[in-house]
Design a protein around this ligand. Structure first.
Ligand SMILES: Nc1ncnc2c1ncn2[C@@H]1O[C@H](COP(=O)(O)OP(=O)(O)OP(=O)(O)O)[C@@H](O)[C@H]1O
Length: 252
């Protein structure tokens, strides 16, 4: 589904991605872990075509992810993806249902308003929110409810691939657990391919089939989630146990 070979990306003298090789099969849930500033977001942005890679290739569903000829080709490419941003990133001036239906109301394949609203209500229901919240504004919701709305928006157009950028940041541990479970069950039920970036090891264990650790511009370790506890890779061990001492240097 997603094949990445030799991906490189620098910003000036800063070599953020130094040769990423990664393959994610259809329906698989990959979680990318790594310290702050290691390039997890840059990797996602390269896959989405928001950052232009310097080298290497990204192929999604057999087609190159970059170099689209025109806006409509680009729109078709992006329609495969759903995205839950850090902090949910809802539009303050739109109601909850308009946020969820954002992509359904725009672009070449836009739907009539009533149909878009009906889909939004169905997706809200899937994430545990009733029709009573549909006409509220994001500011009227708690952080956990906003995440649910963000999740409903990410799945509104039935994407084949869903990205989750730090899905539990800012939530209490119980709400984080609820969101993790929702993500897992929705991804499984949709048969979607999922890529999540997170620091949260609870999310990793709840969401991942496969884990990849980004360090120093490369994927230092990749493997099934069950192997993170048994691998003797010192980077993985330091990261999952949150140790200050180890091969990963921490600023003090
Ligand atoms: N547009 C840009 N211009 C210049 N430098 C950038 C740009 N985008 C990212 N960087 C740099 O690339 C590096 C990786 O950033 P990125 O946001 O991908 O890290 P991250 O692993 O997602 O971190 P965090 O976990 O803290 O969100 C950082 O040093 C950042 O300053």
């Amino acid at each position: 589904m997603i094949e990445i070979h030799g991906l490189t990306k620098s910003f000036g003298p800063k070599h953020v991605l130094r040769g990423i090789d990664l393959s994610v099969v259809r329906g698989e849930s990959l979680v990318v872990i790594g310290g702050s500033g290691t390039g997890k977001s840059v990797l996602l942005k390269c896959i989405l075509g928001l950052n232009a890679p310097d080298g290497g290739s990204i192929v999604i569903d057999g087609k190159p992810a970059t170099g689209h000829a025109g806006a409509s080709e680009r729109e078709e490419f992006l329609s495969k993806f759903g995205m839950l941003f850090q902090g949910a990133a809802l539009f303050d001036s739109l109601t909850v249902w308009q946020n969820v239906a954002f992509r359904l109301l725009r672009g070449a394949n836009r739907k009539p308003r009533a149909e878009a609203r009906a889909i939004a209500l169905e997706k809200l229901k899937r994430v545990g929110l009733g029709p009573d919240v549909a006409d509220l504004y994001p500011a009227e919701l708690s952080g956990g409810m906003q995440k649910r709305v963000g999740l409903a928006r990410a799945i509104a157009a039935d994407p084949q691939v869903i990205f989750f950028d730090e899905p539990t940041t800012g939530l209490d541990p119980i709400m984080a657990g609820v969101i993790n479970e929702l993500i897992r069950s929705i991804v499984t039920e949709m048969g979607a391919t999922a890529i999540t970036i997170t620091h949260d090891m609870t999310s990793v264990r709840a969401i991942a089939d496969k884990v990849a650790m980004l360090h120093d511009g490369v994927l230092r370790w990749q493997g099934p989630v069950a192997e993170i506890d048994t691998t003797d890779d010192p980077y993985i061990q330091q990261f999952i146990h949150g140790r200050a001492e180890g091969p990963i240097e921490a600023l003090r």
